[in-house]
Design a protein around this ligand. Structure first.
Ligand code: MN
Length: 307
């Protein structure tokens, strides 16, 4: 018989040192600064989270994106400041406001637009979640979530965006074990969050600066923690406010292929989607009620995607 202490040591591989993943600036249009955090050269996914754009904060909401298609993913829009109108080929029409999430499940195909709503400040994150095999051909759907679990602990205001934490459950319907957590503090604060050692995690500071497992972090980099961690210490040692995002999930066995707005398992599948979009195939429908134009896919000739 092993002592409990020893069994615990054997079952736990020691976690790797945290890795700093630099964001790169992306051009979305409208002059709003967008930091693309995922995918990056050094890191494709965190759990099934396969794309992360951090837009703003910016003084003017110029975040409009014309009609474009998606397959194989969920788009997950978390609004911090400002408003965006979502319209899609199912006929959905939904403004997302601060503290709310728009979740669009592309399945086998959908198209949508995002229209800046109002011209005040804007601050948002948009993530994509790769769908598991069982959901990739599913019918498209759209959900809006206005009521998310919120609580205060250790000076941090928590909002549970996705998954489960501390006995709470996010209502947001995802198809893989995931965590999304928004943390905000107005001044000095410290919390020790329980993690699942089988999952991998990353932390992104949206505004201000914080110490994550003792490492100082500011906007512009994601701190990738990998798996094997049982807890996460998040501290704000200053009087100034800080706002951050924690994402995590069960590591994927294989990273999905991403090209333009498509997530797939093969080059052929993605080429077919590009062809269907260019041919106005009914798979992607049309978006009613928008004045925004239709975006063209980049040239896909010679495309060969590798993991
Ligand atoms: Mn989109």
């Amino acid at each position: 018989m092993l002592s409990e202490d020893k069994a615990d040591k054997i079952s736990t591989t020691s976690p790797a040192a945290p890795q700093r993943i630099p964001a790169r600036m992306a051009e979305i249009g409208g002059g709003v600064p967008v930091r693309r955090v995922l995918p990056s050269r050094g890191l494709r996914t965190i759990g099934a989270w396969c794309f992360l754009d951090h837009a703003g904060p910016a003084p003017r909401n110029l975040l409009s994106v014309g009609q474009h298609p998606h397959i194989g993913l969920q788009t997950f829009t978390w609004m911090i400041e400002g408003e965006i109108m979502h319209r899609d080929s199912l006929g959905s029409e939904q403004v997302v406001r601060p503290g709310e999430i728009n979740l669009m499940t592309a399945g086998r195909g959908i198209s949508h637009v995002e229209e800046a709503h109002g011209d005040g400040p804007v601050h948002t994150v948009q993530l994509w979640i790769a769908l598991p095999e069982s959901q990739r051909q599913a019918a498209p759907r759209f959900e809006h979530y206005a009521g998310l679990p919120r609580w205060e602990q250790g000076g941090w205001q928590h909002v549970l965006l996705a998954g489960e934490l501390a006995g709470r459950h996010s209502p947001v319907e995802v198809h893989s074990p995931l965590l999304g957590l928004d943390l905000r503090a107005e001044g000095p604060a410290k919390v020790d969050l329980a993690l699942d050692p089988a999952h991998e995690y990353g932390v992104l500071v949206l505004t201000g600066s914080a110490e994550i497992q003792g490492e100082a972090l500011a906007p512009g980099e994601l701190l990738y923690l990998g798996s094997g961690h049982r807890n996460l210490v998040v501290q704000n040692a200053q009087a100034a406010g800080v706002h951050l995002l924690v994402i995590g999930g069960e590591p994927l066995a294989e990273a999905p292929l991403i090209w333009w707005n498509f997530v797939g398992c093969s080059t052929a599948e993605i080429l077919q989607a590009a062809e269907d979009w260019s041919q106005h195939d009914e798979r992607f429908g049309t978006v009613p009620g928008t004045v925004l134009g239709r975006l063209q896919a980049p040239d896909a000739s010679g495309l060969r995607l590798r993991r």
